[in-house]
Design a protein around this ligand. Structure first.
Ligand SMILES: [Mg+2]
Length: 302
């Protein structure tokens, strides 16, 4: 069942169309002229529009043009209703963006068949768009942790960094690394290593704000971007995360494991940071220092 808008100045034609379509379970909205039709298209968001060509004031061509010019209505499929059989009229309508036409007086079977084709195509198109959206999302994610991947991290960081620089806002980057990660893999096997990584991914996801984003940066390395976060704020976030991980029990089948992380923080604005690459490099230097100073700690780039 679909919602179908019929725009036609003939009451007889509108009535016949409504009877045929209602019988098939569709909801039918009628508009008697182009202006009312445009308004109904915007307010009712129909699945399909049947559009008469010859109407006073605003004809079907004009309505079709207006529908296609308007963001909220341009995706709605349009079938023209025409009593004219001249090919040139049909071509003009199709060129304006109508998908099909039905010649009046219409045959019930033909009208239904053409309506069904357009409704089916619309469904397929919607499903395709959704699939594409899912694929785009998947392509940006790391399969194990569900966090964003390295490529997407750089893409997003570049955008955020440029925005921060332009509007003189602060931006922080945290790089973190699991301490002695190799020993989990070596002692308990790679499956346990994967559990450590995915658990950490979950802890990170649970701890960040909606405006922040987190990525798996490399093997056991993760990266966070905190928008509107100055150094004290970012160091707080890092310290809180460090504690959460320290107190989190990671369980595989047979063991309870304790994991710690080291974190490096870099914040823009900073005299040594003028592009997205540099903020990552500075966070990496701070991370290196955290490792050097004994791990399970936070350091920031001074
Ligand atoms: Mg007419």
């Amino acid at each position: 069942m679909a919602k179908i808008l019929v725009i036609d100045d003939s009451r007889l034609i509108s009535h016949v169309a409504k009877t045929i379509l209602t019988k098939r379970g569709h909801e039918v909205i009628l508009a008697q002229d182009g202006l009312a039709g445009m308004q109904a298209a915007k307010s009712e968001c129909p699945d399909l529009i049947l559009l008469d060509l010859i109407m006073p004031v605003m004809d079907g061509y004009q309505v079709c043009q207006n529908l296609k010019d308007e963001d909220s209505t341009k995706e709605i499929p349009v079938i023209m209703l025409t009593s004219k059989a001249e090919p040139a009229d049909k071509v003009k309508g199709l060129e304006l963006g109508a998908l099909d036409y039905v010649v009046k007086p219409f045959d019930e079977g033909e009208l239904i068949a053409r309506v069904n084709i357009q409704l089916r195509l619309k469904q397929l198109y919607k499903a395709l768009q959704e699939k594409n959206r899912q694929l785009r999302e998947l392509a940006n994610r790391d399969g194990l942790t569900g966090l964003y991947n390295h490529r997407y991290f750089h893409e997003q960081l570049s955008k955020d960094f440029l925005r921060a620089r332009r509007y003189h806002e602060s931006l922080s980057c945290i790089l973190l690394d699991i301490d002695y990660f190799k020993k989990f893999n070596d002692t308990y096997g790679h499956q346990t290593g994967d559990i450590v990584l995915s658990t950490l991914g979950q802890v990170i996801r649970d701890s960040i704000r909606d405006s922040d984003f987190a990525a798996r940066y490399g093997g056991e390395e993760f990266a966070l971007v905190l928008y509107h976060a100055d150094r004290p704020t970012a160091v707080n976030v890092a310290e809180r995360l460090r504690q959460m991980v320290e107190h989190c029990e990671v369980r595989d089948k047979d063991h309870v494991l304790h994991v710690t992380i080291s974190l490096g923080v870099a914040t823009f604005p900073h005299e040594q940071i003028s592009n997205p690459k540099q903020i990552v490099e500075c966070a990496d230097k701070a991370l290196y220092k955290a490792k050097e100073n004994g791990r399970n700690r936070v350091e920031y780039f001074r």
